[in-house]
Design a protein around this ligand. Sequence first.
Ligand code: FAD
Length: 436
Amino acid sequence: MEIVVIGAGLAGVEAANVITKFGIKVKLFEMKPKKFSPAHKIDNFAELVCSNSLKSKLLTNASGLLKEEMKVFGSLVMEAAEATSVEAGQALAVDRYKFSEYITQRIKQNGLISVIHEEVTEVPRDKVVVVSTGPLTTESLLSDISKLCNSKNLYFFDAAAPIVLKDSIDFSKAFFASRYNKGSNDYINCPMTKEEYERFYWELVNAEVIEVKDFEKDLLFEGCMPIEEMARRGIDTMRYGPLKPVGIIDPRTGKMPYAVVQLRKDTQDGKLYNMVGFQTRLKWGEQKRVFRLIPGLENAEFVRYGVMHKNSYINSPEVLTKYLFLKKYPNIFFAGQITGVEGYLESASTGIIAGINAARQILGKEPISLPPNTCIGALIEYITTPKKDFQPMNANYGIISIDDEISKIKDKEKRKLLIAQKSLNICRELANKIFE
Ligand code: FAD
C-alpha cells in the first residue's frame, strides 16, 4: 500500500501529509536540490517563490475562510504558517525560510514518507499517483502530462517582486506605518512627492523589459500584473493600486504623500523586505536603476530581483473530475497550481483533497468532494466545470454558491460571515467522517 506524490511544493506536502493519516506509505519525489525551476531557490520543501503573504486572515475575505477550512482538515501548511508568521496586520505573512524548514522537518520526520530527490519525467500509469509539480513543472514531465491528458497544456505569464535588504533603506525618508493605523506599523513606507512620482513613472514605463512574444502578451495574468504593465495603463493607475497613499501620513510632513511604495517584512528577523505589488519583468539592471529612484531606496540592495515566468496548467474542465483524478486514469490525481487554481493556499488546499481521495481509493472507499458552498469546494467546482476560456482562479466569495437564506441578507459583511459559518460546519462534518 503506497502512493506516489510527485513534487514537494505547497500541494505535494499537503497530499503526502494527509495520506499518512490513513496509515498509507508515500513515496515523495522532489527534484530539488538536484534541479531547480527558474523561480525556486532554496533546498527545502513548500517554497514560497514570490510574496511571503498568505493573504487575509479575516473571514469576510475568502482567503480567510480558505485558511479556516484547511485547518479543519489538519493542514500542515497552515500549521507551519501559524508557527512562523511575521507581523502583517490583518494578513497572514510568514518567514519564508522558517516556513519551508518547518514543513521539511515535519515531512522528513514522518516515518511513512520516503523522499526521493529526482526529477520525474513520466507519470507512472500503473500506480496511485498525485501529480503536484506546480506551474513550473519541467518540460519533459509536461510533455508526458500532455500525452496523459490527450490535450494541450495551457499557460499564462506571472511575475515576482524584488526583495530588499532593510539595512540598505534610508530611514531619513522611509518610515514604518500601517494604512489607517491598522496593524502594528508593519510596513515600511517610501513616500513620494508629485515630482518624484512622475519622474519614477516615466523611467518605469520606458525601462527595458525582458520581451515576451506578441501573442503571449495577452496572457499576463491580471491577478499578478507586472508593475510596469500596470503603469502603462495610465499615469495614475499605480496611485490607485499598490502605490495608493490613502490612510498613510508621512511623519516628516504630517500630510498624506502623493504616492507611497510599501515594503512588507519577508523574514521574521526583519532583515529582508518585499516590495508590495512590484512584480516585474524589467531587466535586472533596469530594476536597480529605476527602483532606486524611489525615495528611501536610493542605495537599496536587492537580494532578489523580480522575475517573470511561464506558468503551465492542465485543461482541468476537460480532463479532471471533481475528485481531482483524471477522467481517463482514475488512479492519477492532480493537485496544486497545475490544476488551474491560483495561489499558495488554493494550491495547498487541493493537495489535501487529492491526498484524501488517493488514500480512499487505496482503501477501497468512495471519493469525497466538498460542495460549492464551501471555498475549497467552489474552487474545485470552478476548475472542473466546462468553460470556453479557462483561466486560473483565486479563492473569492464570487465563486461560492449561496442559498436563499443567505441571498436575502443585504449587508455584505454579514452575508460573508454566514457563508463562512455554514461552510465551516460542512467541512467539520465531513472531516469528522473522513478521519473518524
Ligand atoms: P510548487 O509550490 O511550485 O511545487 C512544485 C514542486 O514540484 C517544486 O518543489 C518543484 O521543484 C517540483 N517539481 C517540478 N517539476 C518536477 C519534476 N519533474 N519532478 C520532480 N519534482 C518536480 N501565489 C501566491 O499566492 N502569491 C504569490 O505571490 C505568488 N507568486 C508567484 C510567483 C511565481 C514566479 C510563480 C511561478 C507562482 C506564484 N504564485 C503565487 C502561484 C502559486 O501559488 C505558486 O506557484 C505555488 O507554489 C503553487 O504550489 P504548487 O504546490 O502547485 O507548486
